[in-house]
Design a protein around this ligand. Structure first.
Ligand code: DC
Length: 212
C-alpha cells in the first residue's frame, strides 16, 4: 500500500506522514529532503542552485542514505531546494529512488508513506491513498515560526511568510511536476485543524477507501 501526501510547506504533511507510517508500520520517505540535500550540496560548493549542470551533478551523486543534519532544515537550503527542483534533469535523477522506495519499502515494511509536492501526481500516480494538505499562508507561516523558535532559532513572522510565499509560487509555477493536487486526492485544509484532527480525518478516508 502506498500513501501519497502532497502540499505546500507548513501544511502538516510531515507530521501526518510520520503518524500514518507509525500507525500502519509503513516506511516513511520525506521526498523534500532529497531536494534539500541537492540544494545544500550546490550551495556548499559555492555554486548557484539555478545552474542545471551543477544541480544535476549533485542530484546524480546524492546518497539517499545520508539525509540528515540541521543544515538541511535551514531556510537558505529550502529556497535552494525549491530552485533545483525546477530543473527537469534533477527531478529525473531523483525519481527512480523514490519509486523504488514506494514499491519496495525498506525494512520489509508492507507499505510506504511518501510526502512532497508531486508524489500523487508524478512519483506514484497509482498510489492507493492520495492526500493533499493545505492551509492559509498565514497559518503555515505561524507554524513555521513556532517550529523555528522551538529549535532555539530566531524567526521573524513577516520574513518567514515572504519566504514561504516565494517558495510556493516557484513550486506551483514550474513547468515540470508543479505543486497541484492529484484529481483523485482528498484535499484537506488544515488551517483550523490540529494534528490529531488531521490524523483522524486521514484514517477515516483510508477506511472509506478500503471498504469501498
Ligand atoms: O517539503 P520541503 O519543504 O522539504 O521541500 C523543499 C523543496 O523541495 C520544495 O520547496 C520543492 C521541492 N520538492 C519538490 O519539488 N518535490 C517534492 N516531491 C518534494 C520537494
Amino acid at each position: 500500500m502506498i500513501i501519497a501526501i502532497d502540499g505546500p510547506a507548513g501544511a502538516g504533511k510531515g507530521t501526518l506522514a510520520r503518524r500514518l507510517a507509525a500507525h500502519f508500520r509503513f516506511a516513511y520517505l520525506d521526498t523534500g529532503l532529497l531536494y534539500r540535500a541537492v540544494g545544500r550540496a550546490v550551495l556548499d560548493k559555492g555554486a548557484a542552485p539555478e545552474d542545471p549542470a551543477q544541480a544535476t551533478r549533485a542530484a546524480e551523486a546524492l546518497d539517499p542514505a545520508a539525509l540528515d543534519g540541521p543544515a538541511l532544515r535551514s531556510e537558505d537550503t529550502a529556497q535552494a531546494a525549491s530552485k533545483v527542483s525546477a530543473i527537469p534533469s534533477v527531478r529525473a535523477a531523483l525519481l527512480a529512488f523514490q519509486r523504488r522506495f514506494a514499491q519496495t519499502p525498506p525494512g520489509g515494511a508492507k507499505g510506504a508513506v511518501l510526502d512532497g509536492r508531486d508524489v500523487g501526481t508524478v512519483v506514484c500516480p497509482a498510489a492507493d491513498v492520495k492526500l493533499f494538505l493545505t492551509a492559509t499562508p498565514e497559518v503555515r507561516a505561524e507554524r513555521r515560526v513556532k517550529e523555528l523558535q522551538e529549535r532555539g532559532l530566531e524567526a521573524i513572522y513577516a520574513r518567514v511568510l515572504q519566504d514561504m510565499n516565494e517558495r510556493d509560487a516557484r513550486d506551483q509555477a514550474r513547468a515540470l511536476a508543479p505543486l497541484t493536487p492529484a484529481k483523485d486526492a482528498l484535499v484537506l485544509d488544515t488551517s483550523t485543524l490540529d494534528a490529531d484532527a488531521v490524523f483522524e480525518r486521514a484514517l477515516r478516508h483510508i477506511a472509506s477507501l478500503n471498504s469501498a
